[in-house]
Design a binder for this molecule. Structure first.
Ligand SMILES: Nc1ncnc2c1ncn2[C@@H]1O[C@H](COP(=O)(O)OP(=O)(O)O)[C@@H](O)[C@H]1O
Ligand SMILES: [Mg+2]
Length: 276
């Protein structure tokens, strides 16, 4: 067994952005939070842990292959860098339009290489954009990745909350604390200024009360958030003064506070990763 602190030396905090379901906005949240944290002056990295469905290259507008080191520590991958964030994704290593057809252990080992064989340097925060679900792979990953904590993304409706709860329980089982819950697609703000609660109201808050975990924020459904993802210009870069970008920025500031708070009482957090 290795200590988590040995797996990623130089990296202060590792955060999984997870959910039970796909399509709830994990990648969107991970990207905008990573960029918002960098805008706060932090050194930030982002690993696309969704090996079978990488979204990060598109959402960052990044093409091409990462470089390989020739001197010093040889043959290590150099993460791509954009918007002040260092990024690594399996998508950079594959031909566009092709799919990863690997069994679970191969996906896990690819992810482990993103930690051990990439020159991350010193980072304040390394975020993991997790795949959906709480199956074998997610469980293995959350045991293998040396995590400071998890952020659970959910949409307000019951079908998403049910799976988000499973995500919370999974992290609990592997001794990874949940830092907070982010409710995404919370409402649609009409041009007249009223709110339509398309997927119901208050689901994220309900879950946060149930598990006594902080609700880090409620992000509305907004066309510009979707466009930002598709065009590779995250909202906090493309429209930094929009209401939604302000919400992402606030969440990133609260996240920093929560993590600092957690790190002052880390004695209960396991520093052991299970080798696979
Ligand atoms: N708050 C939002 N408003 C509008 N579109 C969103 C929002 N959050 C996510 N989306 C869009 O929904 C789709 C799924 O989001 P994504 O982040 O890929 O989800 P996941 O990573 O959980 O599968 C993407 O097209 C994304 O742009
Ligand atoms: Mg995703």
């Amino acid at each position: 067994m290795k200590k988590k602190s040995e797996v990623l030396p130089g990296i202060k905090n590792t955060i999984a952005v997870a959910s039970g379901k796909g399509g709830v906005g994990k990648s969107t949240v991970a990207v905008n939070l990573a960029v918002a944290l960098a805008k706060e002056g932090a050194n930030v990295g982002l690993i696309d842990a969704d090996i079978y469905g990488p979204s990060i290259p598109l959402m960052f507008g990044l093409k091409g292959k990462p470089g390989v080191t020739m001197a010093g520590e040889k043959n290590k991958l150099v993460p791509m860098e954009k918007y002040g964030v260092k990024v690594m994704s399996i998508g950079f290593l594959m031909e566009e339009g092709t799919a990863v057809v690997w069994r679970g252990p191969m996906a896990s080992s690819a992810l482990k290489q993103f930690m051990s064989d990439v020159v991350w340097g010193k980072l304040d925060y390394l975020l993991f954009d997790m795949p959906p679900g709480t199956g074998d792979i997610q469980l293995t990953l959350s045991q293998t990745i040396p995590l400071t904590g998890a952020i659970i993304v959910t949409t307000p409706q019951e079908i998403s909350l049910t799976d988000a709860r499973k995500g919370y329980v999974m992290f609990q089982k592997v001794n990874v604390p949940t830092i907070g819950i982010i409710e995404n697609m919370s409402y649609y703000q009409t041009p007249e200024g009223s709110r339509e609660y398309i997927f119901g109201k208050g689901g994220g808050r309900k879950m946060s009360e149930e598990f006594k975990v902080k609700l880090l924020g409620e992000i509305p459904i907004n066309t510009n958030i979707r466009i930002g993802g598709d065009e590779g210009i995250p909202l906090v870069i493309g429209k930094p003064d929009s209401d939604e970008a302000v919400i992402f920025t606030k969440i990133s500031k609260d996240l920093i506070k929560e993590i600092n708070l957690m790190n002052t009482n880390t004695s209960n957090v396991s520093d052991v990763v299970i080798e696979i």
